[in-house]
Design a protein around this ligand. Structure first.
Ligand code: CO
Ligand code: CO
Ligand code: CO
Length: 347
């Protein structure tokens, strides 16, 4: 493809999940809206900031529904499509379900040739297909900043839904992808990412959370969320507050994309990090030995991040065995303890 047009990431003001409206602004808007309309069949609504809505259709079937889209995080349109679709499908997996239907949402500038849109859609289609779901249409608007994602639906047994608000004291926490992906995206946009960092970041972002989901279902996980725009700390906070517990994370055990720490040292971090930091505020307490750069990585908005799984200690071995063969790094990173003064403790 001839390259006389702008790079995709040049056309986006901020990269990927960093383009998400900050949690504080979002909270200010949402507080003016009614909570989910009352309906006895709504199993998961907006109250617990969970990954997707879940609606019971009958005794055996519930519908999982979610939508996500963002600006380019890489310059290759096919890979961008793959990442955006993987991220959108992830919210279905985070509820314990499998996606079935997907619709494309596209914002596309007229300064780019139509082949670029075709490549983005092909990338998205490849991931929907890999997920065992089908693409059933979509909607396109003209937009100066390219945007792409999916509205995805899946089905699950109503009793099998894995919420983000049901972690239990004593649970062990496992993450299924490395973090630092927002910093990787920032480095890619600035054309500063090494090939090694680019490859590691892209590998994580295009990996479906399907394998991890299957593992957590076998291990009867108590709770789960995917780690995306609000960073590891922001999503841990949702789990802690929703479950009425405190989450203790061991920073030394958290997998981080190689090279990310150096960029954090240089201060090359997305704007969304500061918004997450401001929003979480004093709800997290850090051990005094934790460096500022490490904190920035923990607040870093993730693009197409992994699952954060809360599992009973007696099921941990089973979960870790099932995760063997997961193509991205995974690790035990903390535990769930009795609710204390702070919802999150980082050691
Ligand atoms: Co989510
Ligand atoms: Co989402
Ligand atoms: Co969930």
């Amino acid at each position: 493809m001839a390259k006389e047009y702008k790079r995709l990431t040049e056309l986006s003001k901020s990269s990927g999940w960093a383009a998400k409206i900050g949690p504080e602004t979002l909270a200010q808007v949402l507080c003016h809206l009614p909570t989910s309309d009352q309906d006895e069949n709504l199993i998961v609504g907006i109250e617990t900031s969970d990954d997707a809505a879940v609606y019971k259709i009958n005794e055996d079937t519930a519908l999982i529904q979610t939508v996500d889209f963002f600006t380019p995080v890489v310059d290759d349109p096919f890979v961008y499509g793959q990442i955006a679709a993987t991220n959108s499908l992830s919210d279905v997996y985070a509820m314990g379900g499998d996606p079935k239907l997907a619709m494309n949402i596209i914002g596309f500038p007229n300064c780019l040739p139509p082949e670029v849109m075709a490549e983005i859609l092909k990338g998205g289609y490849s991931k929907v297909k890999e997920a065992g779901a089908i693409t059933v249409g979509g909607h396109t608007v003209e937009d100066d900043e390219p945007k792409y994602g999916l509205c995805a639906s899946g089905f699950i047994h109503p009793d099998a839904v894995i919420k983000n608000s049901t972690a239990k004291v004593g649970d062990i926490l496992v993450i299924t992808k490395p973090i630092g992906l927002g910093i990787v995206n920032t480095a890619i946009k600035a054309q500063m990412a090494s090939e090694e960092m680019y490859n590691a970041g892209v590998k994580a972002m295009v990996t479906l959370n399907k394998f991890a989901k299957d593992a957590m279902v076998k291990a009867e996980a108590n709770a789960c969320t995917d780690v995306t725009g609000f960073g590891l700390l922001g999503h841990s906070l949702e789990v802690a507050e929703g479950s009425n517990v405190t989450i203790k994370l061991n920073s030394g055990d958290i997998p981080i994309v190689k090279g990310v720490e150096e960029f954090a040292n240089m201060g090359l971090i997305p704007a969304g990090t500061y918004e997450n930091k401001k929003f979480i505020g004093d709800k997290v307490i850090f051990d005094k030995d934790i460096k500022e750069q490490m904190k920035d990585i923990l607040y870093d908005p993730q693009t197409s991040g992994g699952l954060l799984i809360s599992v009973r200690p007696d099921m941990l071995d089973l979960l870790m065995n099932e995760l063997e063969g997961n193509v991205t790094e995974y690790a035990i990173i903390g535990e769930v303890i009795e609710k204390g003064e702070h919802p999150i403790i980082v050691n």
